[in-house]
Write a protein that binds this ligand. Sequence first.
Ligand code: A2P
Length: 344
Amino acid sequence: MTDAFLPKKDGYVIAVVGATGAVGQTILEILAERNFPVAELIPVASSRSAGSAVTYKKKEYIVQDLETFDPSGVDIALFSAGGDTSKEHAPRFAAAGCYVVDNSSAWRMDENICLVVPEVNPHALEMARENKIIANPNCSTIQLVVALKPLHDAVPIERVVVSTYQAVSGAGGKAMDELAKQTGQLLNVQSVDVNVFPARIAFNVIPHIDVFMDDGYTKEERKMMDETRKIMDADIAVTATAVRVPVFYGHSESVNITFDGPMNAENARKLLAEAEGVCVVDDPSSEDYPMPSEAAGTDPVWVGRIRDDYSCANSLHLWVVADNVRKGAALNAVQIAEILISQS
Ligand code: A2P
């Protein structure tokens, strides 16, 4: 038994920073669905939406302006308002004694900040007792490590090659509006407006997420490679190609894994079927496999197309799908908050 992170209370003061955004809205839904013990809910966003209302458990709550908001008395703040906002304001919340669970990339690779997926490395949270900030990994990384963990525990993973098929919701509300608008424009034979993505996303596939780095990788690819190693094991070799596809909700990943010892598809299927947070859907005879259209709105990480890779010893292919806004962001953050209030 370890000491609880927060004292036992009937309800906690929860601030949701970025409450008007795609992830913030889902955090509110998930807090309600999971009956999180909320004594006071405080939605926070920029001055643009301060004074407007958001709905939580059928009641309206007025959005506070982050610039002037005083975090004293807040137990947990769930931040999803971008990296710069988090860099500026998370330390202020932490200094006021509040735990910050941050969805941005601002703190993820800071060696003093833990990067946590509850099914994979909950013990890493110990680090947050002092500095109070906890980083939520990148959406693509979360679903990847939930699927890799039970396999790595059985036989150490040597190398992972992942290619992603990422939904537009990962880029926020404006990105979803852009896909919808461009789709309408193209169907009406109009020219398209490109604002959020680097190219047209409707009826297209863009092999470019976040900015390019000097070595030709994108930052999204670098995040997956670095974060997977930080969460799981620094000895795993990881390489990634991150691709945006015209899907609203649900990231898919083609994953090729090489193990340091004997592993095959049959064994992997059994391990994954018993793993926490994973659902296996893998029946080629009835054409059953995970897809974002079915994973959207659900909590598990769905795994299918489990096959031996005949081109390389001790290697497998997996197809991994999850709702990027739920498990990839909001749900993972709420699960971390649940550990922070647990008393055992
Ligand atoms: P606002 O509605 O006031 O712009 P999304 O990822 O869907 O684009 O949402 C981003 C979220 O982050 C929104 O809630 C947005 O609030 C919030 N946000 C963006 N910039 C800031 C900022 N500088 N301060 C506080 N909240 C911010």
